[in-house]
Write a protein that binds this ligand. Structure first.
Ligand code: ZN
Length: 98
């Protein structure tokens, strides 16, 4: 009989790094997530989250993830200004723009 660990298919890895403030931490989190996703396409870019070290319950999304009119998800950074945009150059943009 499989254990609960054997039935789980989704896992999370936590990476700790230093930054001067939360703005720099957000920028670094985006760079680390994008780099890892380039190396390993099975990693979900839009599921990455940022939290203060050792405070796992205070997470915020790394990327926007807003759903567009055709079901695509915005891959711009969390709290970005302007229109939402899908993945890749020349992709669909939507929203009001700020
Ligand atoms: Zn967006």
């Amino acid at each position: 009989m499989p254990s609960d660990d054997d039935l789980c298919r989704g896992y999370t890895v936590h990476i700790t790094f230093e930054a001067r403030d939360v703005t720099e931490a957000r920028d670094r989190a985006v760079m680390y997530a994008e780099a890892l996703c380039l190396l390993r396409p099975e990693v979900s870019l839009l599921d990455t989250r940022l939290s203060p070290a050792e405070v796992w319950h205070r997470t915020e999304p790394t990327f926007c993830g807003q759903e567009g009119p055709e079901g695509e998800l915005c891959t711009d950074v969390h709290r970005h200004p302007g229109f939402h945009s899908g993945p890749g150059l020349g992709s669909l943009s939507w929203g009001e723009g700020i």
